[in-house]
Design a protein around this ligand. Structure first.
Ligand SMILES: NC(=O)c1ccc[n+]([C@@H]2O[C@H](COP(=O)([O-])OP(=O)(O)OC[C@H]3O[C@@H](n4cnc5c(N)ncnc54)[C@H](O)[C@@H]3O)[C@@H](O)[C@H]2O)c1
Length: 328
């Protein structure tokens, strides 16, 4: 595998779209002083995470560009050259809410990705596209990146928009020479300065810390789903940078496949008086599915994340509230 040397790395410039969000805010904190020439932060402040700009390491050369990647008046091209890598994170990310705003989700997540990819193509910049394991949707057993198109059954407009964007990049790669990598991230757990709490583990921890019961569908209790420690997510992006992993392939990035029961039991170790309210629902159409991660492991990547550690870190953020709920 081709290694990027320290000298060429220093010439490398990074443009991170959606950089102020949950994942981006941790990524911005992860660079070594000699790693990059410049880090360009592109965000439209849609989620108003001003806090993500707090306390960035002064040794890194950051630039902030307030822009919407779907704005026809915004031209990404002047920010790119052949030594640039774009990490495209900008998206509308609340999957349950995406049913109410389908057109907006399609515009930002699908067409926004296409515009970013077009600019990369023209500048000969490389692209890291962050997709989601939600594209698998309904499946029984273990799914891999090799699964057929028929086996991909996204269950929300959010997941549909990500799958459409993935397909569009594949086409731009094979027909026009775009260089990219697609990461299908599991649902993130773990802390960042620009953290959000829509997703399963973070939301459960929030509810537990503030004394709200966790409402869990009885049928979902032992279903498995893919999750990703934010530490591993950032390490995977760094792996693509250092290993030059722009082979136009898709990689599942998943720390663990977990049941809701495993997650709530892990949280209970921190918040012993956690209350779970089991509610009956019709058998859910979404079967248990386990996402295979061996493809990225075959590229020398090792997963190091831990739900227990990330849960402890998250509970610590709310210490005064958590202590009242019996946390140590
Ligand atoms: N967090 C997860 O569990 C998870 C799992 C799988 C994939 N992903 C993907 O990773 C990426 C980042 O996720 P996140 O959790 O950090 O999301 P987030 O919602 O915390 O951050 C998204 C950021 O994008 C910005 N943004 C939104 N629309 C924009 C636009 N049109 N132009 C410029 N900026 C825009 C927002 O202001 C925000 O700062 C997304 O593409 C998401 O689909 C996230």
């Amino acid at each position: 595998m081709k290694r990027t040397t320290a000298r060429t790395r220093k010439q490398m410039k990074l443009v991170v779209t959606g950089a102020l969000g949950h994942i981006g805010s941790r990524l911005l904190q992860s660079f070594q002083p000699d790693q990059l020439q410049e880090v360009v932060i592109v965000d439209n402040f849609h989620t108003q995470r001003y806090c993500s700009l707090y306390n960035l390491p002064p040794e890194i050369n950051y630039r902030l560009v307030e822009a919407d990647v779907t704005d026809p008046d915004f031209n990404l091209l002047p920010l790119l050259d052949k030594n640039t890598i774009v990490v495209h994170l900008a998206a509308i990310t609340n999957a349950p809410a995406s049913f109410q705003i389908q057109e907006e989700v399609e515009r930002v997540n699908f067409r926004g990705t296409q515009s970013v990819a077009e600019a990369c193509l023209r500048a000969r910049a490389r692209l890291i596209f962050v997709s989601t394991t939600s594209v698998y949707g309904v499946s029984d057993g273990v799914v891999t990146e090799e699964c057929s198109d028929e086996e991909l059954k996204p269950q929300s407009p959010y997941a549909e928009s990500k799958l459409a964007a993935e397909r569009s990049l594949q086409k731009m790669g094979s027909e026009r020479g775009l260089r990219f990598v697609t990461f299908r991230f599991g649902t993130i757990y773990g802390t960042s300065i620009g953290m959000r709490f829509h997703t399963a583990v973070n939301k459960f921890i929030w509810q537990a810390c503030f004394g709200e019961p966790l409402t869990v569908w009885r049928t979902a209790l032992d279903q498995q789903r893919p999750y990703l420690d934010l530490t591993d997510a950032i390490r995977a992006i760094q792996h693509a940078l250092t290993q030059n992993l722009f082979d136009n392939r898709i990689y599942n990035v998943v720390t663990d496949n977990l049941t809701v029961r495993q997650i709530t039991e892990t949280i209970r170790r921190e918040i012993p008086d956690l209350e779970i309210r089991l509610v009956d629902s019709a058998i859910m159409n979404q079967l248990s599915y386990i996402v295979d991660r061996s493809r990225i492991e075959s590229k020398g990547f090792t997963f190091r994340g831990s739900l227990a550690d990330a849960t402890r870190d998250t509970v610590t953020l709310f210490r005064p509230f958590a202590m009242r709920r019996g946390a140590q």
